[in-house]
Design a binder for this molecule. Structure first.
Ligand SMILES: NC(=O)c1ccc[n+]([C@@H]2O[C@H](COP(=O)([O-])OP(=O)(O)OC[C@H]3O[C@@H](n4cnc5c(N)ncnc54)[C@H](O)[C@@H]3O)[C@@H](O)[C@H]2O)c1
Ligand SMILES: O=C(O)CC[C@@H](O)C(=O)O
Length: 529
């Protein structure tokens, strides 16, 4: 079996792979995309960090490929959808570099207070300048942590040890969890208004992209110090540049960028109050050994026919079982994703109910698929079939599963229900239909609907009056959005109706605002399945 180690992982990991009987290891770092296409022709596994891009073309060029292993968390450099289509397992090592990244973040926070990097550069130039490098203390300052997950939580502990007041914004986290960490829960606006320091620690999703933009900087104190060791794009770079130049932001520390590697002529490189590192969060001996050995073991397990661990696109089951379960996993994942997008950010429990034929199947895997789907927009690629229940628990969300023997009216049915803290529920039901086992949504928030569970959906609650379908159709047409399919539902004529509209392209912000702003529309959500 051939394994391509495409990025530099720990030598101990490479050594582990070399020692496996029948394994041939090729180390090729920094290859061009063309070279990668050539190298993968006969490989069974690829190990990467974040540099080498494993694109759709790579999967097409690698007929023997079974597994791509990412020594680290984010699989942004791997086309996971294409991998799944080609039946290739994509796995990561989700927690091996938490401490390393938290420590780098704190190093940035310290360097943003005391210009150590700038003073060291001046000493290297032979100077003895004691006037230009005065700093500020962390003690009694307010740190705002946006995203209180694994890394955010470790940063909080360190900030508390330095005598900082810690505010945290994480809309998915139960308040009790934050309390246990001795941080004060706050809204994003409270953090923006009160923080002397802000650090972000969430994945890059549609929700988090440009979360800190021009409008956010407007709300901040003058002299803010801000740090990003999570993902480029959470802080809008053009807005940060403007804020640094105007003095609104006194110092920034960045490890990640909208485009990596950072352009040679990036303005950030010229600014004296910015400390930049080249995506070094995970670059410690300990973290690299941990993720390098872990990924090597995981790859060897898959190629040896053993268990699949930390797969982001498949559960830990064998290929034969996967064939039967595949459509149910897909349906479960889509219902989970749908319910997350129609429910409020903070929920108390996630309930799943199975009826009919599904009850006989491996409900554990399907449950994890639902939970992973639910967490996809919250935890990004950090969530997989292994850690989904753990992440739910960490967010303080109770997971309930029921297998029902009542008659649901379908030969098989799955219901996913999110229960908010106020007891309000948000739900979707689905089944499989036809020869191809196509996933269908057959219920939403207690209403019967019937629409394919794929692609882009608008979920609209509106008054049941003549002309509503036409109104929505016209607003979408104005934005050149084509309707693929539609399902209408109401309890009583003239009451509140549901309209599920499957669209070919995403309506722009103006069209969405116009739909939401229509006086007959009670709510409208755009959902990506
Ligand atoms: N610089 C590096 O080298 C490096 C290394 C490791 C991880 N990372 C990145 O750091 C980030 C955090 O990693 P982690 O392991 O702590 O992840 P995690 O999943 O443990 O935590 C992420 C947290 O973000 C929260 N969140 C999601 N959406 C949010 C939103 N809209 N607003 C506020 N909070 C939100 C989630 O609820 C969760 O608690 C990820 O983007 C990861 O890729 C970077
Ligand atoms: O250095 C790396 O491999 C990237 C680390 C980090 O961004 C991750 O996603 O794990």
């Amino acid at each position: 079996m051939k394994i391509l180690v495409a990025d530099k992982i720990s030598p101990k990991g490479v050594e582990y792979l070399r020692k496996q009987p029948g394994f041939e290891v090729i180390e090729a770092y920094g290859s061009s995309p063309e070279k990668v296409l050539e190298l993968v022709k006969d490989v069974h596994a690829i190990a990467v960090r974040s540099e080498t891009k494993i694109t759709r073309e790579v999967f097409a060029a690698a007929p023997l490929l079974k597994v791509v292993g990412r020594a680290g968390v984010g699989v942004d450099n791997v086309d996971v959808e294409a991998a799944t289509e080609h039946g290739v397992v994509v796995m990561n090592t989700p927690s091996g570099n938490t401490i390393a990244t938290a420590e780098l973040t704190f190093t940035h926070i310290l360097c943003g207070s005391r210009p150590v990097a700038q003073a060291a550069a001046s000493m290297r130039e032979g100077k003895w300048d004691r006037k230009s490098f005065s700093g500020v203390e962390l003690f009694q300052k307010t740190l705002g942590i946006v995203g209180l997950g694994r890394i955010g939580g470790e940063v909080a502990k360190r900030a508390i040890a330095f005598g900082m007041r810690v505010l945290a914004y994480d809309p998915y986290l139960a308040p009790s969890r934050a309390k246990a960490m001795q941080v004060e829960i706050a809204t994003l606006d409270e953090i923006l208004a009160q923080a002397d320091y802000i650090t972000v620690h969430m994945p890059l999703t549609d929700d988090t992209k440009y979360m800190i933009d021009e409008a956010a900087f407007e709300k901040c104190k003058k002299g803010l110090r801000i740090f990003n060791c999570a993902r480029g794009g959470i802080i809008k770079e053009t807005a940060l540049l403007a804020a640094l130049k105007s003095g609104k932001v006194a110092a920034a520390g960045l490890d990640v960028y909208e485009d990596e590697p950072l352009a040679k002529d990036s303005e950030f490189r010229q600014l004296p109050n910015v400390v930049l590192t080249p995506h070094l969060g995970a670059s410690t001996k300990e973290a690299q050994e941990s993720v390098g050995i872990e990924i090597a073991e995981q790859i060897a397990d898959v190629l040896g026919g053993g268990v699949i661990r930390n797969a982001v696109n498949m559960p830990s089951i064998d290929a034969a079982a996967l064939k039967t379960l595949g459509p149910y996993l897909d349906l479960g994942s889509k219902l989970g994703t749908l319910v997350q997008q129609i429910s409020p950010k903070q929920i108390a429990s996630l309930r799943i109910t199975y009826w009919g034929k599904i009850v006989e199947l491996d409900a554990n895997s399907i449950t994890r698929a639902v939970q992973r789907g639910f967490l996809r927009n919250i935890s990004g690629e950090q969530v997989n079939f292994v850690n989904a229940p753990v992440l739910l628990k960490r967010l303080g969300i109770q997971a309930d599963v029921t297998k029902s023997n009542t008659d649901s009216g379908y030969s098989e049915l799955m219901a996913v229900e999110a229960v908010a803290a106020d007891g309000k529920t948000y739900s979707a039901q689905g089944t499989l239909i036809g020869k191809g086992n196509q996933p269908r949504i057959v219920g939403i928030n207690g209403r019967e609907v019937e629409i394919a569970a794929v692609g882009k959906l608008l979920v609209i609650e509106n008054e049941d009056l003549p002309g509503m379908v036409g109104t929505i159709g016209t607003l979408l047409a104005k934005d050149k959005v084509n309707i693929a399919d539609m399902s209408l539902s109401r309890l009583t004529p003239g009451g509140i109706a549901y309209m599920l509209v499957r669209v070919d392209t995403e309506p722009g912000p103006a069209a969405r605002d116009e739909i939401k702003g229509n006086p007959l529309v009670k709510s409208a959500k755009f959902v990506q399945l």
